[in-house]
Unconditional design. Structure first.
Length: 183
């Protein structure tokens, strides 16, 4: 038995499993942006699967290897930034290279070509999104957030945050709490 890997946009795992069952396909794993199907899938089955997933508001990613790699890189980064208990201390470039068994230069070039921003910019965007979440929903102060996300200082975090959002972290938090922000 050979396995076929399908990359899916982030949505509901239960819908994906149900659609696969309707096609009498079995999956060994369903995780963020990826489903591994145990059977070989013919072109006709793939097209039918695409149509069925589309009816549920899901889409099957392109077969293009570059898009597949970009989707994998995004998934790995999102998983590390948003869903790990602690951000890795190892460089993202090393992690991506190891997980995808490709040189970082190759991955970086493909990512920039396909997405229009660098991997580092994408990581920064994800980290700032996490800072927004932590400021809004967690009872952490800025020093604790800077430490948790391995920023060299609170000032560095504040500068990046303001550059990306247009707000200082404290003004962002006040805005989210419904208070008026004075410039």
């Amino acid at each position: 038995m050979e396995t076929t890997e399908l990359t899916l946009s982030i949505r509901c795992k239960m819908i994906v499993k149900a659609v696969l069952e309707n096609f009498e396909l079995h999956c060994s794993k369903v995780k963020l942006n990826e489903v591994e199907v145990l059977e070989n899938i013919s072109f006709a089955q793939r097209e039918q699967l695409k149509a069925a997933l589309l009816k549920s508001g899901l889409e099957l990613s392109s077969d293009d290897q570059k898009n597949f790699l970009v989707d994998k890189m995004k998934s790995i980064i999102i998983e590390m930034v948003h869903f790990e208990d602690e951000l890795p201390r190892m460089k993202y470039s090393v992690i991506l290279s190891k997980k995808l068994n490709r040189s970082y230069t190759y991955l970086s070039n493909i990512f920039s070509e396909q997405v229009g921003i660098t991997i580092n910019q994408f990581i920064l965007i994800q980290r700032i999104e996490l800072v927004k979440e932590l400021l809004t929903y967690k009872e952490l102060n800025l020093s604790e957030i800077a430490e948790k996300l391995h920023y060299s200082s609170v000032g560095h975090l504040s500068n990046q945050f303001k550059k990306m959002t247009g707000y200082s972290p404290s003004n962002f938090k006040m805005e989210k709490q419904g208070n008026t922000v004075l410039s």
